[in-house]
Design a protein around this ligand. Structure first.
Ligand code: CA
Ligand code: CA
Length: 459
């Protein structure tokens, strides 16, 4: 277990430390603290191991593991998923096993729904909307209102009724291994809930058919979309593990531009907001996406204690994460910053609104023309501490590089807390590009519940 340095790490020392730890790392990571004492349960009944990030705090995170047989649901289409999430209307433990990919944009008979199907009967058309709110006619000082905006909102509401799924307290939602389980076009929301586990699901192509124009957002206006693939709002004790998040197969490069701005149909991949607290995000793959992860929806958000470990970010443009306010721990994550499918890298971690980020033993891969100073960003009030971070295999002081390039908005290199819930932390990041390729994301967990991969395999 390593604590963050309260001094700016020196490159030479970090490199020596990293080299010394490579040999030990496999052994250190091989024995999970919670699961070595007894046989692993099946995947659907698994709970968050002890000390595995902030979600292990207090009573820990057990999701629906205590569910009786009558509250274990296996679902393979949208209607079954919606029904299982509402069954009993209560918060008694429930387990939902997702078998195969589920398309959220389907009717109750399982037929595909297109954007036009949602718009039908509302009076909405993109052409009419563009005409009504063209800055040349509408101006840029107020948000759209009136007939076409009402029609857009009505159409959006119809899509939301299909694609938004709410997970109650004490729920586990888990993909059945070997079935390609996931949710296409759906937004899973953990809202005002406690104790939820989401594992082994591929969240793909979550798309808002009806983006809203906001001419007052930024200097040039923005098209904003409504749905995060996984949204944690006002919730506590949440574990998101071994999921994949990707815009594929509908990449942003296919988005048109209107009013000179990208017509953005995607929102967040995994946003953690509205005073959410005690969240562990582990072994997920975030690929080919722009606004990847908000921690905090505004600078006035609260709580937001979140751990991110052993996640892979590849082809993500920004917010990996955008961290606000809370005590946020990032360790053993891999950031591959090369452009993929037109997703051009902007930054990885933003520390703002006095966020207290500890980032240690993470690994960045950076193309030849990439700048280390661009891996971080901030508003001048955030902090980021921690040692052992590597860029292309070399120990690198990210904060020093960022601060040298941004003297007006410095990131503080010290924080006001010391992480203790970091089971499985590997005190070298050198091996991550190899190991996480095999162990992160949906589809690698085994049915036995024994997480795949050398870092957390039960002994
Ligand atoms: Ca926005
Ligand atoms: Ca969002």
């Amino acid at each position: 277990m390593s604590a963050p340095s309260h001094h700016r790490p020196r490159i030479r020392r970090t490199a020596v430390l990293a080299a010394a730890c490579i040999a030990a790392a496999g052994a250190l990571g091989a024995v999970p603290l919670a699961m070595s004492a007894h046989a692993a349960p099946d995947l659907a009944h698994a709970v968050l191991p002890a000390r595995d990030g902030w979600a292990a705090s207090g009573k820990g995170t057990t999701g629906g593991s205590a569910a009786g047989a009558s509250r274990v649901f296996t679902v393979s289409n949208r209607a079954e998923l919606a029904k299982a999430l509402k069954a009993g209307n209560g918060t008694a433990p429930r387990i939902i096993r997702v078998k195969g990919p589920i398309d959220a944009n389907t009717d109750d008979a399982g037929r595909s729904l297109r954007c036009e199907d949602y718009a039908r009967g509302t009076g909405y058309s993109l052409a009419a909307y563009l005409k009504a709110y063209d800055p040349k006619a509408w101006g840029r000082s107020k948000v759209p209102s009136g007939t076409q905006e009402s029609a857009r909102a009505a159409a959006q509401k119809k899509q939301a009724a299909r694609i938004v799924f709410k997970a109650p307290s004490n729920t586990t939602i888990v993909g059945v291994p070997g079935t390609g389980a996931g949710l296409t076009g759906g937004s899973l929301q953990v809202k005002d809930a406690d104790n939820a586990i989401v594992r082994n699901l591929a969240f793909t192509d979550v798309r808002d058919c009806f983006p809203q124009w906001d001419p007052t957002d930024g200097s040039d206006g923005n098209w904003n979309s409504a749905y995060d693939a996984l949204s944690v709002r006002g919730s506590t004790h949440v574990w998101a593990d071994h999921n994949t998040f990707t815009d594929s197969p509908r990449f942003d490069s296919g988005n048109p531009r209107h009013f000179g701005r990208e017509y953005q149909v995607h929102d967040g991949a995994l946003d953690i907001t509205n005073a959410s607290d005690l969240v562990t995000v582990s072994y997920n793959r975030f690929a080919d996406h722009d606004k990847t992860m908000l921690i905090g929806s505004s600078d006035k958000d609260t709580k937001l204690r979140v751990t991110l470990h052993h996640n892979v970010f590849q082809g993500t443009v920004q917010r990996a994460p955008l961290a606000r306010v809370g005590q946020i721990h990032l360790y053993n994550n891999l950031f591959e910053t090369a452009e993929r499918h037109g997703y051009a890298f902007s930054y990885s971690i933003s520390s703002r609104a006095r966020a207290q980020v500890v980032a240690e033993y993470n690994h960045w891969t950076l193309p030849g023309d990439g700048k280390v100073s661009r891996l971080l960003t901030g508003d001048g009030t955030g902090a980021l501490a921690g040692t052992g971070n590597l860029v292309n295999g070399r120990g690198t002081d990210l904060v020093a590089a960022y601060n040298a390039a941004n003297p007006g908005k410095r990131i503080r290199p010290t924080v006001n807390w010391r992480p203790t819930l970091s089971a499985g932390l590997e005190t070298s990041a050198a091996q991550l590009p190899g190991s996480l390729g095999r162990t992160a994301g949906a589809g690698v967990l085994a049915a036995s519940g024994g997480p795949a991969g050398p870092a957390v395999r039960t002994s």
